[in-house]
Design a protein around this ligand. Structure first.
Ligand SMILES: Cc1cc2nc3c(=O)[nH]c(=O)nc-3n(C[C@H](O)[C@H](O)[C@H](O)COP(=O)(O)O)c2cc1C
Length: 325
């Protein structure tokens, strides 16, 4: 890893260099998500990590890698601009460009496999059948879990995400579960009245875990031109700005289900991870933090070991749901 740091053109700040202290005699950071065993609770959030980052951080130390959401056919995504900064966060309207399943299997998936950690393939669909089609088409591919992204706009329901309706989530996830033997994670949208109802629907359908949550809808306006900054008009807000909202959703989802919850939204430090664990998460995903500090996940993970030692926690799982009333 030291070699990777030296050869990288990214200048790591002093905090990144402190990671080694105390991590060797660390606590047990292993995590079980149903049948899926992870060496660490830290993994990238879908769409925020690519194999090209492999030279910048020790990906093989992470819990897993998660791919960008995959659709059945090739898609080009939304018009530019696709990204813009906002206070303490970022807005994106990438629109999920996708290589389609056959190119994904040939050219993309092998690049994720080289890290030697479980590969989670994120799957999407503009119709219920598309989620099932992608799952079927992945039958001859090697990966350790699927993450069903139920935040995609559903063309059969006027563009509303499947994830906004409990019965639709149960329907689509049951179909995916019946088509594959790998564990299924379900990535929930925050744009719902009751996250508990949606998480329970995923659990009933056979999900091994739920990921809470995807981005929050938002908008940015450029005053001189009086136009929306994003080419798509609206986008998804992520980063530290959403952390308190994501934390609340994790706490509510974890109170509603017996399956593990993976916390996601604004995590950029080990302390953030501990907050999500206390709220009920068993593992976490890191997205936006990687855009400003590509080394963030490795730093978070190593700091987490140090923080657990400071807190007197020998098993990470002791923190899950340990929020005091
Ligand atoms: C540029 C960008 C692309 C994303 N693409 C996807 C995607 O393909 N599938 C998905 O489920 N979530 C996607 N997300 C959402 C993230 O996985 C994550 O849920 C969200 O950003 C909140 O976490 P964060 O605050 O740590 O970034 C994307 C987020 C960003 C910023």
């Amino acid at each position: 890893m030291v070699e990777a740091q030296k050869s990288s053109s990214i200048v790591l700040d002093d905090r990144d260099r402190l990671f080694a202290t105390g991590a060797e005699s660390g606590p047990d950071l292993t995590v079980s998500l149903g049948p899926l065993r992870l060496q660490s609770p830290v993994m990238p959030a879908s769409g925020c990590f690519g194999p090209e980052l492999g030279s910048l951080l020790p990906v093989g130390e992470l819990g897993a890698v998660v791919t960008k959401t995959l659709f059945a056919d090739r898609r080009s995504g939304n018009p530019s601009h696709r990204l813009t900064e906002s206070a303490d966060g970022m807005l994106n309207s990438v629109g999920i460009p996708s290589p389609g399943t056959s190119q994904f299997k040939r050219q993309v998936l092998p690049k994720y496999r080289v890290f030697g950690v479980p590969v989670v393939v994120s799957v999407g669909g503009l119709t219920v059948e598309e989620y099932w089609q992608v799952t079927d088409e992945l039958a001859d591919a090697r990966f350790e879990a699927l993450e069903v992204n139920v935040s995609c706009p559903n063309l059969e329901h006027g563009g509303l995400a499947i994830g906004t309706e409990a019965s639709a989530v149960e329907h689509v996830v049951s179909g995916v579960v019946s088509r594959t033997s790998v564990p299924i994670l379900v990535k929930l949208t925050p744009n719902v009245t009751s996250i508990g109802d949606i998480a329970r629907a995923a659990e009933r359908a056979g999900a091994a875990a739920v990921t809470v949550c995807n981005t929050f809808p938002g908008m940015a306006i450029d005053v001189p031109t009086r136009r929306a900054v994003l080419g798509n008009g609206v986008g998804g807000l992520s980063g530290p700005a959403v952390k308190p909202m994501a934390l609340r959703l994790v706490w509510q989802a974890a109170s509603a289900v017996g399956i593990p919850v993976i916390g996601c939204g604004g995590i950029s430090t080990a302390r953030d991870v501990v907050e999500f664990l206390l709220a009920g998460a068993s593992a976490v995903q890191v997205g936006t933090a990687t855009f400003t500090r590509p080394y963030a996940m490795a730093r978070i993970q190593r700091d987490l070991a140090v923080l657990c030692n400071e807190l007197g926690v020998s098993h990470l799982s002791d923190l899950t749901g340990a929020l005091r009333p």
